[in-house]
Design a protein around this ligand. Structure first.
Ligand SMILES: Nc1ncnc2c1ncn2[C@@H]1O[C@H](COP(=O)(O)OP(=O)(O)O)[C@@H](O)[C@H]1O
Ligand SMILES: [Mg+2]
Length: 375
């Protein structure tokens, strides 16, 4: 489980350190920085897949994503870095990104590509010299072995994370463990439900323990839960949201299609006939009832295009998922938040902006977990 999430110099998140629990709700007014928290987590996940530099480029590049206010620096007069990190029950990780020190006269077209300047892995709640296990400074990566440091690489490219290049079971087992942990995080952000949405197309189904993030395998994912997962839970979740309705998956000729029986109708409606809200709800059910629950599940505004009356049921669905996965929900739907709050281990972070900088309302200095970006 993640215990701390730390972000510095990323958009309006100049300096944010959050203590995380089992079910975390991130709320706040428009523009307070909610989506930025979601994106920062996604960037961390992209790092473990080797895609952080491309992901940053898609966001407009480092100059645009760096906090535009007076910067938070690790060292006085030190360079400005975009910094992301987390600590979990076992291991912690952080990464610093900055602009390269390349000579513009060299004439490369990639002078604006950011570089990974620093990465670190440690055991315990925050980075400390005594508990540091792996350290990357620019191109050099070292792993602690007893009391000395063993060099794992001395020419790591600025665009490569050590997580993708050096994680292996022999001399960097913690790195491998951490990378696999991060790769298992799941993100769901606005499933498409328009007329051409992947979820509305017929598909050839195969056993699907985890619905894809575009939802094209909805029918196979639901059928998988019905066969090897919590079929009763799914039936109850459908009934909770749409009283009296039942799901059927038509699997003739290997083509899978979702159908829904509703009270008062003589035939089931097929997936092309379902409303956007109903389809989105079914996608969320499939995601949250995965027979292989994610260690960490991150949901960005799951309320989008749902009727307000569905929100309490959605809240109950998310609360159930929190029994198997750590969950982070970004939302500004009050009825959803009210239901989520009833979870025994839920915590809420209400973001607000002061002088352009995101802050957590009411988070006292004492509640802020200890965190060091450097040692
Ligand atoms: N580089 C930057 N520096 C400072 N603030 C930024 C930067 N980029 C975007 N912002 C601001 O950060 C906020 C980000 O909001 P966002 O996370 O999308 O909010 P929400 O999802 O809560 O509506 C916006 O108010 C935007 O003006
Ligand atoms: Mg947003």
């Amino acid at each position: 489980m993640l215990t701390t999430l730390a972000i510095a110099n990323y958009r309006s998140l100049c300096d944010l350190v959050l203590p995380l629990g089992q079910l975390n709700i991130i709320t706040g007014a428009n523009g307070s920085g909610k989506s930025s928290v979601y994106r920062a987590l996604r960037l961390l996940a992209e790092t473990a897949q080797g895609r952080i530099i491309t992901a940053l480029a898609h966001e407009g590049g480092l100059p645009s994503t760096l906090w535009a206010g007076p910067t938070h620096r690790t060292k006085p007069n030190g360079p400005v870095r975009l910094q992301l990190g987390f600590a979990s029950d076992t291991l912690g990780y952080l990464i610093h990104l900055g602009m390269p020190n390349r000579d513009p006269a060299a004439g490369s077209a990639f002078l604006l590509d950011p570089e990974i300047k620093h990465e670190s892995i440690w055991a315990g709640p925050f980075l400390r010299r005594a508990s540091q296990l792996i350290d990357r400074s620019n191109a050099v990566v070292k792993a602690k072995q007893g009391k000395s440091w063993n060099v794992l690489a001395s020419h790591l490219a600025g665009f490569d994370s050590m997580l993708t290049q050096l994680a292996n079971p022999h001399n960097a087992p913690e790195m491998l463990q951490l990378r696999e942990q991060v790769r298992s995080w799941r993100f769901y952000d606005h499933f498409r439900t328009d007329a051409d949405a992947p979820a509305r197309r017929p598909q050839i189904g195969t056993l699907t323990t985890c619905i894809s993030d575009d939802g094209h395998d909805l029918a196979a994912a639901l059928q998988t839960i019905i066969e090897i997962g919590d079929a009763e839970g799914v039936a109850d979740a459908v009934d909770d949201a749409f009283p009296g309705a039942t799901l059927e998956i038509d699997t003739r000729d290997g083509r899978f299609e979702v159908q829904m029986r509703q009270p008062g109708l003589l035939r089931p409606l097929n997936v092309t006939e379902l409303s956007d809200g109903t389809l989105r709800y079914l996608l969320l059910i499939a995601a949250l009832y995965s027979p292989r629950p994610a260690e960490l599940l991150v949901l960005n505004e799951p309320e989008t295009s749902l009727h307000p009356d569905l929100l309490p049921a959605l809240g109950r669905l998310i609360r159930k998922a929190a029994a198997h996965s750590q969950v982070i929900v970004v939302s500004h739907a009050n009825r959803l938040i009210a239901t989520l709050r009833e979870h025994e281990d839920s915590q809420e972070f209400c973001l607000e902006k002061a002088f352009g900088q995101t802050q957590v309302m009411g988070l006292r200095e004492l509640d802020r977990p200890a965190w060091h970006w450097d040692i």
